[in-house]
Design a binder for this molecule. Structure first.
Ligand code: TXA
Ligand code: MG
Length: 306
């Protein structure tokens, strides 16, 4: 059920945010749970609503690429180049945190993640509030990210003051995260802005994700549905495995990787709704957006703490 947003909804949501409340907003990637990024009490409410440890840093969303200098005065040249070429869009830049943003928003770190979302509802909301908005994905900690307003309501219910319904998210997986405080820049999370694109824009080497998990989305068993997830390389392997696995379902959107990304989280949730025991997912090729889909599927399939 998608309701058309009217301006009054946005004005009311902006007022809620200015008073320190929580608003779930659509972005092009996934729904975000937004609060005033300059208000420590509002930020605290995000962590409580998600059940997320307070040392896990949040992403700060700006209305316009032109606002970058104000909020990231010490950003590197690589960060400036990426902001100028990829925003608005599904790219988060880790930059030195300036004193204009409170330590709480960054989980106490001296760096902070910034992005300008491409979704018109998110941008208009940030513009109306007149301050940057901290927004993690609008799900309970450790669960699958929401790509519809209904997902948000079923995860967070009354913990959020307003849910803005902008329809299904067009990208479907979280933003690419690039740490621009190191040289060469390092990808911390794969997304729709690909490692290939970043290398091309910077005309420089780009490091992949290595070492201990630095982003919570990089923890094994993040993005996990309740059902078992098994990964295979080909549709033939999937159907062979399914034949011997009771209560199984095959997920294969490898002929359209953009659709795979867009529908992935809804498919993981649907498998749980339908009481599927084992979801057998065919991995897309490891190139372009395929990296992000493989990453989220691999995490969904990782062993879980019991
Ligand atoms: O697409 C997205 O990025 C969505 C939408 C709502 O914008 N947001 C999102 O937020 O995915 P969240 O909180 O679910 O994931 C943010 C990730 C976390 O894994 C966090 O650890 C990482 O970004 N992160 C944020 N600030 C960081 C920092 N200073 N250093 C390293 N990682 C950081
Ligand atoms: Mg998340």
């Amino acid at each position: 059920m998608t309701r058309r947003l009217i301006r009054a909804d946005l004005a009311e949501a902006a007022e809620v945010l200015r008073r320190g409340g929580l608003v779930a907003m659509p972005t092009e990637t996934v729904y975000g749970l937004a609060a005033d990024a300059t208000n420590p009490a509002a930020i605290e409410r995000i962590f409580a609503a998600k059940g997320r440890p307070t040392d896990h840093p949040l992403i700060v969303h700006l209305a316009d690429p032109a606002d970058f200098d104000e909020w990231a005065p010490a950003a590197s040249q690589a960060a400036r180049t990426l902001a100028a070429t990829s925003w608005p869009g599904p790219l988060t830049l880790i930059v030195p945190r300036s004193v204009v943003l409170p330590p709480e928003v960054a989980g106490g770190r001296d760096t902070v993640g910034l992005r300008v979302p491409a979704h018109p509802v998110a941008r208009e909301l940030i513009r109306l509030v007149g301050r940057p908005l901290a927004a993690p994905s609008a799900n309970r900690f450790g669960a699958v990210s929401p790509t519809t307003a209904a997902h948000v309501r079923s995860d967070l219910g009354d913990a959020v003051d307003v849910v803005l319904d902008g329809g299904p998210c067009p990208v479907g997986v979280e933003s690419t995260i690039v740490d621009t405080t190191v040289d060469p820049v390092q990808i911390l999370r794969a997304g729709a802005i690909t490692v290939e694109q970043i290398g091309e824009v910077l005309d420089a080497a780009v490091a992949g994700a290595t070492g201990p998990a630095r982003a919570s989305g990089m923890l094994a068993s993040h993005y996990a549905p309740s059902c078992q997830v098994r990964l295979v390389d080909t549709p033939d392997d999937a159907f062979a495995l399914a034949a011997g696995t009771p209560r199984s379902r095959v997920l294969d959107l490898t002929d359209d990787v953009a659709r795979y990304a867009r529908d992935l989280y809804a498919e993981l949730r649907r498998a749980d709704d339908d009481a599927v025991g084992t979801l057998i997912a065919v991995l897309p090729d490891a190139s372009g957006l395929g990296h992000a889909v493989r990453d989220r599927l691999t995490k969904a399939a990782a062993p879980r703490p019991s």
